[in-house]
Design a protein around this ligand. Structure first.
Ligand code: ADE
Length: 225
């Protein structure tokens, strides 16, 4: 998979890809992430990427031209499956969207900044608009990092244990069950006996029951879906 991220602040997006699972996925050649600074696609001396709103109003708007130039250059090089715009008024990111995107080959992610982008960018280039939650960030970059993490970890080979991503919370509309590791007893707080019994069918049944209980307690809305 190849992901091209368009931003006016590429620095924010460097460190998420320089550690842990995302770093390893890149090193293994399972994903390529390319950051594009939209200022490199400006034509004026000031490298201007934003301007005042038509009709007045507070806040700057990202101009269409640098975005068009960058997207058009990339599209001339390869086909893209989705051109995603990170925005608080997009569709809230869910596991199923991450699952679907993890099957794609080439993605562009455009990060909004200031008030957002000229509407014509959304009308003519964007194929998917994604929000990471009902709150406003100062830009789409952290949202893009969240989206990339959720997607990249699902690419086969990225997570060592192939079944691990499938047993995550949300993967089957249930939260994950409680998990434990050594020691079996700590300050008198014991790991449930069933987990050390070696009886795997029983352990599986226990996990399912706990996943259901936890979902009912914390996220009953998931059970209604
Ligand atoms: N940009 C600003 N706020 C955002 C959000 N909640 N999700 C995605 N992009 C954003």
């Amino acid at each position: 998979m190849r992901i091209d991220i368009l931003t006016v602040v590429p620095d924010i997006l460097k460190s998420p890809f320089e550690a842990s699972i995302l770093k390893r996925a890149i090193e293994k050649g399972l994903v390529e992430v390319h950051l594009h600074n939209l200022r490199d696609y400006t034509t004026d001396n000031y490298k201007q990427v934003d301007d005042y709103q038509y009709g007045g109003g507070a806040g700057m708007v990202m101009m269409i031209e640098p975005i068009d130039k960058c997207i058009s250059k990339l599209q001339a090089e390869r086909d893209y499956d989705e051109i995603i715009y990170m925005t608080p008024d997009g569709k809230t990111l869910e596991q199923r969207t991450a699952n679907n995107l993890s099957l794609q080959k080439n993605l562009i992610i455009l990060c909004g900044h200031y008030k957002g982008v000229d509407q014509r960018v959304r009308d003519h280039f964007i194929t998917k608009e994604i929000s990471i939650g009902d709150y406003v960030l100062s830009g789409g970059e952290l949202g893009a990092a969240v989206l990339c993490d959720a997607v990249i970890r699902l690419i086969p080979g990225v997570i060592g244990d192939e079944t691990s991503a499938l047993t995550d919370s949300f993967q089957d509309n249930l939260l994950a069950p409680p998990i434990y590791t050594r020691p079996a007893s700590y300050k008198g707080w014991d790991v449930p006996e069933i987990l050390t019994s070696g009886n795997f069918p029983k352990i599986e049944a226990w996990r399912e029951e706990k996943a259901y209980e936890r979902t009912q307690e914390k996220r009953p809305d998931l059970l209604k879906e």
